[in-house]
Design a protein around this ligand. Structure first.
Ligand SMILES: *[C@@H]1O[C@H](CO)[C@@H](O)[C@H](O)[C@H]1NC(C)=O
Ligand SMILES: *[C@@H]1O[C@H](CO)[C@@H](O)[C@H](O)[C@H]1NC(C)=O
Ligand SMILES: *[C@@H]1O[C@H](CO)[C@@H](O)[C@H](O)[C@H]1NC(C)=O
Length: 390
């Protein structure tokens, strides 16, 4: 999991060293930009406390942003509670919870690694031009329960119950599946419907929604992108049916560990009918795939597994900095909370500034005093020439 996902995300970043000054520069540029939006925040972790500092006054009204950030913070706090709780590294980082990448092509504006829940991945190159490091979403809580329904009782059709959003492109895979399902002759293969439609000019008959556990009553379950990656994938893979996943470049952190035709069956708009009819002819293959998917979910998808992945990501991030540990040692929650207006990005930036003016630790560590002056890294962009490591 870490090698195929985390390490892969750090490839563009790890050939050079970073300093808190670069992080400060990146964060304060955003703060000066007027309105960087509700989807950007800074996460600070120290001594087991996790706090999100939004760039706007509050994201109360931006439901998706608020939900994602709050679930992330509470997921980490929950996992670090108690005697067997995880010990999270002290750190500060930019978190973009938008569906689409924050760092432009070539990493414009991203001077140090930035974290996000979703980005694009080019599976043919096993690489990406989106430089974000992906972190788990804690919103879909997987409790370790798998869903079973007897194979022989399941409907021998592929199920889709979806919502078509106004922002989705015309003739998206979802929309196309609904249209195909309504065509005469396809009823033996497809049971595809929308429960809500916002696409203008498309007039499907609306279907009743089906709860996630009830998806188990169909042998094949479609999974399509929403606007980008849909985190529902984690839920349907826990069911003992075959997941048919749309071929897509949108990923969450764990998708690169999924193996096509082992954990799910890939399809596209052109081949979908053929893919479903091939599955109908090979129930053993279907059950093998459903079983592998359930094993995968059970092993990797608990809140604790997600928190462990996050801990590993933040440990890798800190290791790229020469002075993150020194800054975090100087960081004070009390000072952050005491600032007028309460904890904020500004308050964090003030503490960074104070640290950068006087970065010397109060009690110098023996043996490190004579190190040559660390070179500032003027070109900390992912497109820059690789610098020597260490
Ligand atoms: C992709 O690259 C990663 C290293 O970042 C490697 O572990 C993985 O095996 C590669 N995957 C494929 C499908 O080549
Ligand atoms: C760290 O957290 C523990 C438990 O929450 C607390 O008892 C301790 O005082 C904290 N240490 C510092 C240096 O703030
Ligand atoms: C939608 O996509 C399908 C598959 O690519 C194509 O056959 C069909 O003509 C498209 N429909 C429209 C209205 O563009």
């Amino acid at each position: 999991m870490h090698r195929d996902n985390l390490d892969a995300d750090f490839i563009p970043w790890r050939k050079r060293r970073y300093r808190v000054a670069k992080l400060h520069e990146m964060l304060s540029k955003l703060a000066h930009r007027g309105d960087p939006g509700a989807y950007l925040c800074v996460i600070v972790i120290k001594n087991g406390t996790v706090m999100d500092l939004p760039y706007i006054k509050n994201y109360k009204n931006v439901w998706t942003a608020k939900n994602r950030v709050r679930n992330f913070v509470s997921g980490l706090l929950e996992a670090s509670r108690g005697p067997t709780g995880l010990v999270l590294p002290d750190t500060a980082f930019l978190f973009s919870v938008r569906d689409t990448p924050h760092c432009g092509r070539k990493g414009d504006g991203c001077k140090v690694p930035v974290f996000a829940p979703i980005k694009r991945w080019d599976f043919s190159r096993n690489a990406s031009d989106d430089y974000e490091v992906l972190l788990p979403q804690f919103a879909n809580v997987y409790t370790g329960e798998l869903v079973f329904y007897p194979w022989e009782k399941k409907a021998d059709k592929a199920l889709l119950r979806s919502t078509l959003k106004a922002r989705m492109k015309w003739n998206s895979t979802r929309q196309w599946l609904v249209e195909l399902g309504a065509r005469p002759g396809n009823g033996a293969l497809l049971d595809t419907g929308v429960i809500a439609n916002e696409i203008k000019g498309f007039k499907p008959r609306l279907s009743k929604s089906v709860s996630i556990p009830d998806h188990a009553r169909w042998r094949y379950i479609f999974h399509t992108d929403g606007i980008t990656a849909s985190s529902r994938l984690g839920k349907v893979l826990a069911i003992n049916s075959v997941v048919l996943k749309e071929e897509s470049h949108w990923i969450e952190y764990w998708y690169r560990s999924l193996i096509p035709n082992v954990h799910y069956v890939p399809f596209n708009k052109e081949n979908v009918l053929q893919v479903v009819s091939e599955l109908q002819r090979d129930p053993q293959r279907c059950q093998r795939i459903a079983d592998a998917a359930q094993h995968f979910m059970y092993r990797h998808f608990s809140q604790r597994a997600k928190a462990m992945y996050t801990r590993a990501a933040l440990t890798s991030y800190n290791a790229l900095f020469d002075d993150m540990a020194a800054f975090m040692a100087s960081f004070s929650w009390d000072a952050l909370k005491a600032a007028p207006g309460g904890p904020s990005v500004r308050g964090l930036l003030d503490q960074m500034k104070a640290f950068l003016r006087d970065p010397k630790p109060k009690a110098p560590v023996q043996g490190q005093a004579n190190q040559s002056t660390p070179q500032p890294q003027p070109q900390a962009q992912p497109s820059a020439e690789p610098k020597a490591t260490q």
